[in-house]
Ligand binder design. Structure first.
Ligand SMILES: [Zn+2]
Ligand SMILES: [Zn+2]
Length: 275
């Protein structure tokens, strides 16, 4: 592993307070050449976070201190490791304009960013699809079935890829198969192969990178990376750049799932080296 493109920070309201320096020192000790800090961007203005603590994203007033802290760290460590400044931005259906405005306003600070789908709209109500098995179950009940939730998720990811979020739209799609986070509890028969391949084709056409995310493996109801090996095979066939992401919310979480990635083909892909 030479790069980790998905790392959370002490600015994460649902993460740990582990200091930046410890993440960076750990990255250096792992031999990484670089990393991107991708804190959850503030949720769009007017959107109500459906999670109980409403802590899915940073508060807007923390953005400037976040970027300023990272600027300092970037220069402090520049001889040891490349630190890229990023965000994990949510794609939320019907909040495209607000999201574009946020990116327009802050895009100059960004070296890198991820676009992820964590929220699904169902019957005028939004759900956080990866918050808990309970919320997932509620969503499945309201949607009619588990497969309906999968369909809605992949449809939303398609919209995310196609959405116009302005010139600073993130270049990397986060954990493409996050919908499988609770798959051991809520299994589906369908593989959604055609759907996922279609998304990869779109990503290729629009020059997106793929967050090859190790966090799923450490989730007891998931036990596989996002996305699983067959998707990686298809991505490699299409030459879609794969960027490893630990999605660590603590220093301990760094490098998680890396050993379990399917690297048979991917190691030959220089994209895992981030450029
Ligand atoms: Zn998080
Ligand atoms: Zn995420």
């Amino acid at each position: 592993m030479v790069y980790d493109g998905h790392v959370h920070t002490p600015f994460c309201p649902h993460g740990t307070a582990d200091p930046f320096e410890e993440y960076i020192e750990k990255a250096i000790s792992l031999g990484l050449k670089g990393m991107t800090f991708t804190e959850h961007a503030p949720l769009p203005y007017g959107f109500t976070d459906p999670t109980p603590e409403q802590d899915s994203g940073m508060k807007s007033e923390e953005l400037l201190p976040y970027f300023e802290t990272l600027k300092q760290l970037q220069s402090k460590y520049k001889h040891q490791i490349t630190i890229n400044i990023g965000l994990e931005v949510d794609y939320i259906e019907e909040f495209e304009r607000e999201t574009r405005e946020l990116l327009d306003e802050w895009g100059d600070y960004l070296d890198d960013a991820i676009l992820s789908v964590h929220f699904l709209k169902n019957n005028e109500k939004y759900f956080c699809l990866d918050f808990s098995p309970e919320m997932f179950e509620e969503l499945a009940e309201e949607a009619g079935s588990i497969s309906k939730v999968y369909e809605a998720y992949y449809k939303t990811v398609e919209k995310a890829i196609l959405s116009d979020l302005g010139v600073n739209k993130p270049k990397r799609i986060g954990h493409l198969t996050l919908i499988r986070k609770f798959q051991k509890k809520f299994p589906v028969e369908k593989t959604y192969e055609e759907t996922v391949v279609h998304l990869l084709d779109l990503m290729k056409r629009k020059h997106y990178e793929l967050d090859y995310n190790g966090a799923g493996f450490s989730k007891p109801l998931c036990k596989e990376p996002y996305p699983p090996a067959w998707v990686i095979n298809e991505a490699v066939k299409r030459n879609i750049p794969l960027i490893y992401g630990s999605d660590a919310h603590s220093v301990k979480g760094m490098a998680q799932g890396f050993q379990q990635l399917y690297l048979a083909n991917a190691t030959t892909s220089p994209s895992l080296l981030k450029g």
